[in-house]
Design a protein around this ligand. Structure first.
Ligand SMILES: Nc1ncnc2c1ncn2[C@@H]1O[C@H](COP(=O)(O)OP(=O)(O)OP(=O)(O)O)[C@@H](O)[C@H]1O
Ligand SMILES: [Mg+2]
Length: 120
C-alpha cells in the first residue's frame, strides 16, 4: 500500500475529487495546507499573475494549498497519480506536487479488516 500526498491549488480541489471519483477512488482526506516550493512563496504563484493589492514580487512566507491524502494499493498508484496530474496541470508554477510514501498497515475500525481489505 502507498499513501499519495498531493499539494494542489485550492481551486482545483473539486475537479481533483471528481476525477478521482470517476475512476472509483472515493476515500480521501483533505486538509488546508500552507507551504512553499522553489519560488519561496512568491505571491503571484496563487493565480499565475501578480495580485493587484501587492507589488509584483511581494513575498508571502507561505501560500495556501489543498493537501489531498489518499491511501491505495501499489498497483493503483500510477492511475491515482496520473489522475491528479491531469486534473491539476496548467503548466504554470505552483501547479503542485505529489509524494508517494509507503504504508505499513491499515485497519477498518468497524470490522477489524486489515491491510488492503481495509482500504478498498
Ligand atoms: N519538497 C517539499 N516538501 C514538502 N512540501 C513541498 C515540497 N515541495 C513542494 N511542497 C508543497 O507543495 C506546494 C506546491 O509546490 P509547487 O507546485 O510550488 O512546487 P515547486 O517545486 O515550486 O514547483 P513549480 O516550480 O512548478 O512551482 C508547496 O506550497 C508546498 O506546500
Ligand atoms: Mg512553486
Amino acid at each position: 500500500m502507498k499513501e499519495i500526498v498531493a499539494f494542489i491549488r485550492i481551486n482545483k480541489t473539486q475537479r481533483t475529487r471528481d476525477a478521482l471519483a470517476e475512476k472509483g477512488y472515493y476515500s480521501m482526506t483533505v486538509n488546508n495546507a500552507l507551504g512553499r516550493g522553489r519560488q519561496k512563496g512568491l505571491q503571484y504563484e496563487i493565480s499565475g499573475e501578480p495580485v493587484k493589492e501587492y507589488e509584483k514580487g511581494t513575498r508571502l512566507n507561505y501560500i495556501p494549498k489543498r493537501m489531498v491524502i489518499l491511501v491505495t494499493n501499489d498497483d493503483k498508484v500510477e492511475e491515482v497519480v496520473s489522475t491528479i496530474i491531469d486534473a491539476n496541470k496548467t503548466g504554470n508554477i505552483g501547479d503542485g506536487k505529489v509524494f508517494v510514501c509507503p504504508i505499513e498497515d491499515a485497519v477498518r475500525v468497524r470490522t477489524n479488516e486489515k491491510g488492503e481489505r481495509a482500504i478498498l
